[in-house]
Design a protein around this ligand. Sequence first.
Ligand code: ZN
Length: 281
Amino acid sequence: MPPLYDAHNHAHDDWLAPHRERLDADLRAAGLRRAVVNGTCEADWPAVAELAARFPWVYPSYGLHPWDAGNRAEGWFDRLKERLAAAPHAAVGEIGLDRWILDRARPDDPRLAGLRRAPLEEQGEVFIKQLSLAAAENRPATVHCLQAFGALEGLLRHVNTPARGFLLHAYGGPLELLGKFADYGAYFSFNGAFLEPRHAAKREVFKRVPADRLLVETDAPAMPLPADRAAFTLPPAPDGSPVNHPANLAAAYAALAELRGVPLATLAAQVEENFLRLFGP
Ligand SMILES: [Zn+2]
């Protein structure tokens, strides 16, 4: 296997904890070099730091996700700054905007239990604060955007973004905004879950992402691949949710190479160059 880079996951997640040693072995065998491991709320930042201290492939990233924006505690931003100051090479993320959680999420979705869902405007304030911090320190930032691409474009037009660029993870926005986001400095990561038949439009977009802005990700333990494409499986989470094994990254690389009609080695070399340009060595 060529060297692989996972631009976005949550390897510190509790769902993966029982499988830690096996995951590390599987990832090394699959050729993983680096994975950006994203904290999403204050409570999980220590687990990201712990994982980074334990496994050399972990690239830590700290942020407040839009799902958690409504539950932020007084002083959260100062504590984020402190955490970043202690980790000079860490990234900012996962941050962003999410209209799905406001408009389309089912009220009984177990992932949303106990969450206060911040309205879009409030999510925007929390997002801009963190993106501006990343820009000021020129750290890479990872952006989550669900069903709010127009709003995201509107915000990016007026704020500084990190000079080195930022990641729009699992990009599911329209083809028409691809060029605009690229002009603002965006990279776009392809997720193996896009191999589901219903994601045909997203696959079309990824045929057209400029080669020098292309990355690959798993979002593990979230976003499982279709069962026939997942080479690695894990038992379901305690609540019955499927758990994506991060070594399925290899399958996402292979699928993206096929989609773009390039040899796997060519794609892997391009993604390596892009990852190192955005996130650094
Ligand atoms: Zn994520």
